[in-house]
Ligand binder design. Sequence first.
Ligand SMILES: [Zn+2]
Length: 59
Amino acid sequence: MDEFCVGQRVQMKKKHPCGADEWEILRVGADFKLKCRGCGKLIMLRRREAEKNIKNILE
Ligand SMILES: [Zn+2]
């Protein structure tokens, strides 16, 4: 998997409850901070979890 960087839009395997599966990366590090492109909710994920869940980099 390529390196992730802030500002990328990614597609996750699991859909957010709002129905969106696109997220924007706001922070990378030991934890990733992601913003849902559907509802704007922010979540934190451990790097390993994030890497496992991200299936596509959209840009
Ligand atoms: Zn959402």
